[in-house]
Design a protein around this ligand. Structure first.
Ligand code: GLU
Length: 304
């Protein structure tokens, strides 16, 4: 199937809606000043076909989408031992909630809420230079150098009061091995990864290929079983408190971030990345979700 006309149609349908609704994340200045009037979409199929439309080549802050990649690294390194520290249930609470963490003795519900991702960052830090390892993984998967936006990382650190609270809370329960400051330094940097839709579609392509490397001819990124689990977690926990609605209306494993990006997987077919900075009330990209809904409607591709 030639997907280029499908992406062009989606871009043409959604572009007139840019700026009409939603709010750009404003908790740090570097995100608040991103113009809302962007829409990009890109995909990479299992056999290496690529298509993109709109602002697919404009870099943006991938924010929580990074949780998917740090989890991949941690699953690869630690195997099932990782799950001693982190659960696999949807939280039903805001992504940065402290209450649930207290009730559950410092064990985060899942790796895609902030507490869970901070716990993953701690595990990676115990294994070595986590920031270097994250950049190496992202650059290897995308096939070109990927960098942190240091201004975003510094702002995350300057305003991340809740993340400090979550990390200190887990530390007090003995659920974090490293000091809070270096652990959060990893977390703030991963949130500050800057990538384009096309780079993201490539980097996450292993999720539609049973863990095989996106660019082929290189060692697998993770096993088939780990890939199934990553997709399951994306479907159940990947889009904040909207995961049920997203499964209902789109039916694809997705991971979103407050920078307005969403990665979606059609197992055995393709990986998509969409970006539009204006968010809905659940913190997901408004037009990003619409684009995925349109894609599924136009192609009939869904896991259900
Ligand atoms: N970097 C932000 C935080 O940790 C938001 C991440 C996101 O949900 O995309 O609070």
């Amino acid at each position: 199937m030639n997907f280029q006309p499908v992406l062009d149609e989606i871009d043409a349908e959604l572009r007139p809606l840019l700026g009409r609704a939603g709010t750009v994340a404003s908790y740090i200045p570097a995100l608040a000043r991103v113009p809302a009037l962007h829409f990009g979409i890109a995909l990479r199929t299992c056999d290496g076909q690529e298509a993109c439309a709109g602002d697919a080549a404009v870099p943006f802050s991938i924010q929580s989408i990074s949780k998917l990649f740090t989890l991949t690294l941690a699953m690869r390194r630690l195997g099932d031992a990782l799950w001693q520290r982190i659960g696999r249930e949807p939280s039903g609470n805001p992504f940065n909630s402290l209450v649930q963490l207290e009730n559950e003795q410092g064990k985060p519900r899942n790796p895609f809420i902030n507490a869970g991702a901070i716990a993953v960052a701690d595990r990676l830090l115990s294994q070595g230079d986590a920031q270097r390892d994250i950049l190496a993984l992202m650059s290897d998967l995308a096939g070109e150098p990927i960098a942190f936006d240091e201004e975003v990382a510094a702002s995350e650190a300057a305003t991340g009061y809740r993340n400090y609270a979550l990390a200190n809370f887990m530390k007090s329960f003995g659920k974090i091995d490293n000091d809070v400051a270096p652990t959060l330094d990893v977390y703030f940097h991963q949130c500050a990864l800057r990538m384009t839709c096309l780079q993201l579609a490539r980097a996450a392509a292993f999720l539609s290929r049973d863990g095989a490397h996106p660019l082929g001819g290189r060692p697998a990124v993770c096993t088939e079983r780990q890939t199934r689990r990553l997709n399951a977690l994306m479907l159940t926990c990947g889009t904040y408190d909207a995961a049920g609605d997203v499964a209902f209306s789109i039916g694809l494993p997705c991971k979103s971030g407050v920078g307005g990006g969403i990665v979606a997987v059609v197992p055995d077919h393709l990986t998509l990345a969409v970006w539009s900075p204006a968010l809905d009330t659940t913190g997901n990209s408004l037009l990003g979700l619409k684009a995925l809904e349109l894609f599924v409607a136009k192609t009939g591709l869904s896991v259900f």
